[in-house]
Structure formats: C-alpha cells, structure tokens
Design a protein around this ligand. Sequence first.
Ligand code: NAP
Length: 246
Amino acid sequence: MLEKKVALVTGAGRGIGREIALTLAEKGAFVVVNYQGSRERAEEVVREIQEKGGNAAAYQCNVADFSQTERMVKELIASYQHIDILVNNAGITRDGLVMKMSEEDFDKVIATNLKGTFNTIRHLSRQMNKQKSGRIINISSVSGVLGNAGQANYAASKAGVIGLTKSMARELASRGITVNAIAPGFIDTDMTGVLSDSVKEAAVRQIPLGHFGKPKDVAETAAFLASDAAAYITGQVIHVDGGMAI
Ligand code: NAP
C-alpha cells in the first residue's frame, strides 16, 4: 500500500512516533526514524522494522533547530531522492499553571511542538512541490482543541499546529499535497506515564469510551492519511480521543 514511499517520522524512537514508524513500514514504506536523544531506541525501531522484512534508517536531529532540520532534509533528499510522507510527531510537555510558568518552559514547548513542525514543513515543502505530491500529517492534541488547565503552553502549541495545518493545506493543495492533523486524546506512552493516578482517573472520567488509547490507534489513522484512500482529505483535524472532544 505504501511501497516505494519514503516517510520521515519525527520523534520515532518511542511512544506514538515509534508505532507510526512501525505501521508505515508494515505497509511498505521506507521509514526514516528521527530521534533527538533516544539513539538506542531509534536503532531498535530500525532493527524491528528490518526483522519484519521492512526498510528503515535512524537519523538524529533536534527538530526545534531550524538549521539542523534543514541539514536533515537536504541529506535525506540526497540519499533517497524523494520524501513522500512527513509525520510531525516530536513533542514535549512542560506542564504548570501560567501564574508559575517560567519563560523557558513556555518557549521550549512552542519551539519543539510548533516551530519544529514549521521547520520540517519549511524545508520539505519545496521538495514536495517539485514532486507534485506529498502527505503531511501533524500530531496535534485534544488539548489544542479544548484547552487544558495546567497546559497553556502545550495547548497553545497544539492549537498553533492546527492553524499551521489548515494554512499549509491551502498553500500546498494545488500541487497535490495534503496536510492534515491528528488530535489524540490520552494515549498510553511515557508522556502520560508520568501523570499521577488521581490525574489519570480524572482523565478517564472525561473519556466517553472509558479508557486511554494505544499508540496503534493513532498510528493506524496516520497510515490511513498517508494512503491513497485519503487522497481527497486535506486541512482536517482527525480526533483519536475516545470521544473526548465530542
Ligand atoms: P513521548 O513518549 O514523550 O515521546 C516524545 C517523542 O518526541 C520522543 O521520541 C522524543 O525523541 C521526541 N522529541 C522531543 N523533542 C524532540 C526534538 N526537539 N527533536 C526531535 N524529536 C523530539 O510522547 P508521545 O506520547 O509518544 O507523543 C508523541 C506526540 O503525540 C507528541 O507530539 C505529543 O504531544 C502528541 N500527543 C500525545 C498524547 C498522549 O497522550 N501521549 C496526546 C495527544 C498528543 P527523543 O526521545 O529522541 O528525545
């Protein structure tokens, strides 16, 4: 289904990004497993893909850094000639009430989640324009849709990702490039693993389906958006949240 496609998945050494990398590879794509610090885990993802008969390579890059991201995109294009699927998954949280939030915690979250998404699109969209095709999938969050007390920096970054997604969908549509966002709710990963039991219980009460999602729930949605079946879908925010944002 994704044979001969090259996919770049940011933050793919663990969590949701890892599962997206494995799923795109299962469907036939060559996957570049980007990581920032989790080198061993990214290499494990590559090994797992290869053991299942797929193809992948790991690439270190801090997507919050404009010139590092430019270098990564240039090197990948030089190595693989085309990049067909970009999944902007890299993300961080620095939770706290705004009254007590440091400037650094605000800036860092925006730099990774929002500017990181801009950086990869900025450097890759020219290539996708030349290819006259491409799929860009940005991982937003239910927090960016509903807002969340204690996550103003994160919610602002993820709402920004939605604005960026819709604008890029309009900018790139004439070249056959689709740009969509996925807004996951609570998904079982390291990011939610740090939440206290009482916060998790309160979260579950807000989920109509009554439980956290799995990385696979998000990964299958990303694979669908990357597939030919989703060719006529652009500028959308797909909620994978057990009904939280109904
Ligand atoms: P996670 O387990 O904490 O993993 C975060 C990933 O982002 C890691 O692979 C990390 O790479 C990467 N990353 C962070 N900063 C980076 C940077 N500057 N450059 C490159 N990679 C970077 O998080 P997750 O739960 O899988 O979340 C993945 C995405 O889904 C995030 O955008 C998150 O906001 C979003 N999301 C998650 C949930 C949830 O409930 N889990 C809900 C809604 C949205 P290294 O380990 O190499 O540093």
